[in-house]
Design a protein around this ligand. Structure first.
Ligand SMILES: *[C@@H]1O[C@H](CO)[C@@H](O)[C@H](O)[C@H]1NC(C)=O
Ligand SMILES: *[C@@H]1O[C@H](CO)[C@@H](O)[C@H](O)[C@H]1NC(C)=O
Ligand SMILES: *[C@@H]1O[C@H](CO)[C@@H](O)[C@H](O)[C@H]1NC(C)=O
Ligand SMILES: *[C@@H]1O[C@H](CO)[C@@H](O)[C@H](O)[C@H]1NC(C)=O
Length: 382
């Protein structure tokens, strides 16, 4: 039965769930973890001490972006405690959406004249300026120097800085911000363990690569590791190569790299966001995992765990009741049994109830079954 359910679930997963949705995770300046664009809603999972159980708070508010962009990414402006969203709205890709975690409100900043191709971006800590390397190898910036936690009425123009200071032919950007420098990893011709650097304050590509110790020259994802409040710019960043073999912590002050466990879920399409004490992974199937980080020798034995209070609201699971995984299992079992004409001994009254309602409309049945069965996958995975 479990095997059948899994197969049916996978079928629904591959056919039905690939709607355009681009969730992202981000911290606020008090290190509450947010999950944006989870089944059309946004959640505050709280600080790390609340991740082990329970259900994250629904903080969905009006003015939010639809989180349907191709590459939606989120950034923390630590000084101002603002969360900025790039590419959150596929219909208006030049809009930047701003979430104010204190007011729990959204505003939309219009921008003009930016790159027309895909890009990777970082947000500079001290100047509140985005730096972007476009797929065509052009470096741009977008200044939020006058933005804190809400949009301004006038449009902000992008500025085309220059061509990257290295050959970007076939380069898939791996960018990270630390110490007011934009670091580029996996640059063609640059040795493993080294990065190319753009010095923000001088708007200058350093001619020589900088050695930081041991990490592979491989495409991957990064997350700047914040310092505690008021301690200034990030001094390290996490780098997770696409093969997920390890989590590298690159300290740009000591010029050394520490190695932590690779994420349990190897996913080259996962994205990452760090606080001052945890690195969080959002997988392409909507699971949220983390590893604690202490900048001490204990990091080498740290391991990844699931952010459990996001499990029941994650994009792979039932969008409906928020009643937790146990009831999702029962409902999924009941629905699958009806849908596939096999008998089930574990239908509960609650699943019979939901089938009764759903049976009034074929499309609703499929939709609900798909949602409920997706819940099953999440349960099998976790
Ligand atoms: C998404 O990001 C990738 C990697 O940076 C890029 O190659 C691609 O063009 C982007 N797509 C869009 C629509 O921006
Ligand atoms: C920020 O405001 C100052 C003072 O009004 C102005 O000179 C500057 O151009 C503004 N910056 C941006 C990016 O709009
Ligand atoms: C990590 O700790 C060392 C020793 O205390 C310190 O020198 C270094 O700056 C710290 N690194 C970060 C990224 O905070
Ligand atoms: C790290 O490298 C930079 C650039 O080469 C250098 O200025 C700095 O002194 C190095 N840091 C340490 C701790 O050696």
């Amino acid at each position: 039965m479990a095997r059948l359910l899994t197969l049916v679930s996978l079928l629904f997963f591959s056919v039905g769930s690939r709607v355009a949705a681009s969730p992202c995770v981000a911290f606020d300046a008090s290190w509450n973890l947010y999950a944006f664009g989870f089944n059309g809603k946004d959640y505050n999972a709280g600080t790390s001490d609340s991740w082990a159980s329970g259900t994250a708070s629904d903080v969905t508010a009006s003015g939010r972006p639809p989180f349907d962009g191709a590459n939606t990414t989120c950034y923390l402006s630590q000084f101002y405690n603002g969360i900025y969203v790039l590419n959150g709205d596929s219909s208006n890709p030049s809009n930047v959406h701003i979430y104010d975690p204190t007011a729990k409100s959204w505003t939309t900043q219009a921008t003009s004249g930016g790159p027309t191709d895909g890009y990777s971006a970082v947000l500079d800590h001290d100047t509140n300026v985005f730096y972007v390397l476009s797929d065509s190898g052009e470096l741009w910036f977008l200044s939020f120097e006058n933005i804190t936690t809400a949009a301004q009425s006038s449009t902000i123009p992008w500025t085309d800085v220059e061509k990257a200071g290295f050959d970007t032919t076939n380069y898939q950007p791996v960018m990270a911000l630390a110490n007011n420098h934009v670091h580029f990893l996996d640059v063609p011709g640059v040795a493993a363990g080294s990065a190319d650097i753009f010095v923000i304050h001088f708007s200058w590509f350093q001619p020589d690569s900088q050695s930081y110790g041991n990490f592979p020259a491989q495409h991957g994802q990064t997350a700047s590791i914040f310092e505690p409040a008021n301690d200034g710019v990030q001094l390290a960043f996490a780098y997770i190569p696409d093969d997920g073999s390890a989590t590298y912590i690159i300290d740009v002050v000591s010029n050394t790299t520490a190695t932590m466990a690779g994420p349990s879920t190897k996913d080259s399409s996962a994205s990452y966001f760090a606080s001052d004490a945890a690195i969080v992974q959002l997988t392409s199937s909507g699971a949220v995992n983390y590893i604690p980080y202490t900048n001490s020798s204990s990091d080498s034995s740290a391991s990844w765990s699931t952010v459990k209070n996001l499990v029941s609201v994650a994009p792979t699971s039932s969008a409906s009741s928020g009643s937790g995984s146990a009831s999702a299992t029962k409902s999924a079992t009941g629905s699958a049994a009806s849908g596939t004409s096999t008998t089930s001994t574990s239908s509960s009254s609650s699943s019979n109830g939901s089938m009764g309602v759903a049976a009034k409309s074929g499309t609703v049945v499929v939709g609900m079954m798909s949602a409920l069965l997706l819940g099953t996958i999440a349960l099998f995975i976790s």
